[in-house]
Design a protein around this ligand. Structure first.
Ligand code: 5RP
Length: 272
């Protein structure tokens, strides 16, 4: 692995502990204006300082993130489908490597759909993207997407993660599941987890804790952060588990403490 690629990867996963908190805001690429991400600029801005990296498409990067933002960018470069379309797995590469370089991307991200109708297309796109990224020292995150009819179990997720790693992905994103340690064991590159649908805060922190305990290198989390009524407190609590090894109870305490402090601050501001 060349120096540039290792350097970029070290901006995604902190070399001190090998862990990272990636804030995912790419949902609109097939879902449109997702709840609480209708105005991405407003959602992203207050959370940026707590994230290690930011995952998004070029359109949202250009329009909703200040160009002087000091945050490594994980650029989603696959898409071309929508929830209304024929088949979500029919993704193409939507952003060129030249464009990714111009946008100063630290990592490229694309979805693979193992077991779907377009499995071959997405896997060969992944291989090509890795070849392109490696020419310029840019790592690739493979997102193991799951179709409605596919089981999110360790057997299936381990299959998807291992295939992504075999094709050369530098980092893999998947879902937490029972026997998650088997998924991690079978994957020679770091595995991070998506948060999935919005859960009560404690459940999302539990998911984060279990994933880290079972070998995940971090999270690529979206809805469980910005769909919370307290997104700042939530991302801070997630960070506390990922980087500071807090338990779920301890991180819930920081969540409530930060929430109370913020509401006191807001009250003080109102009375001024
Ligand atoms: C969508 C994605 C999302 O970035 C990923 O699912 C993480 O977001 P969430 O925590 O909301 O699931 O890749 O395809």
């Amino acid at each position: 692995m060349d120096w540039g690629l290792r350097n970029r990867l070290s901006r995604i996963l902190n070399p001190q502990d090998g862990k990272g908190v990636m804030l995912a805001v790419d949902h609109g690429y097939f879902l449109g204006p997702t709840e609480k991400l209708e105005d991405p600029k407003k959602t992203i801005k207050p959370l940026l300082i707590y994230a290690d990296s930011l995952m998004l498409t070029r359109g949202i990067l250009r329009t909703c993130v200040e160009s002087n933002a000091n945050i490594p960018i994980v650029l989603r470069v696959s898409g071309g489908t929508s929830i209304l379309g024929e088949d979500l797995s029919k993704e193409a590469i939507t952003t060129s490597i030249e464009e990714a370089i111009k946008l100063n991307a630290s990592c490229l991200a694309m979805s693979i759909f193992v077991g779907s109708k377009y499995e071959h297309q997405t896997l060969s796109n992944l291989s090509k993207l890795i070849d392109e990224g490696e020419k310029y020292g840019i790592p690739v995150l493979a997102v193991t997407a799951v179709g409605k009819e596919m089981a999110r179990d360790a057997r299936y997720l381990a299959l998807s993660c291992r295939i992504a790693a075999e094709l050369g992905a530098h980092l893999v994103k998947t879902y937490y599941c029972e026997n998650f340690e088997k998924v991690v064991e079978g994957c020679p590159v770091p595995v991070i987890i998506a948060g999935g649908k919005k859960l009560p805060e404690k459940d999302a922190l539990n998911l984060t804790f279990n994933a880290i305990r079972d070998g995940a290198s971090g999270v690529d989390m979206g809805r469980n952060i910005w769909q919370s009524d307290h997104p700042i407190e939530m991302i801070r609590a997630v960070r506390a588990i990922v980087h500071d090894k807090l338990t779920v109870e301890e991180s819930m305490n920081t969540f409530f403490l930060n929430k109370d402090m913020r509401s006191n601050e807001l009250e003080t501001l109102k009375t001024r």
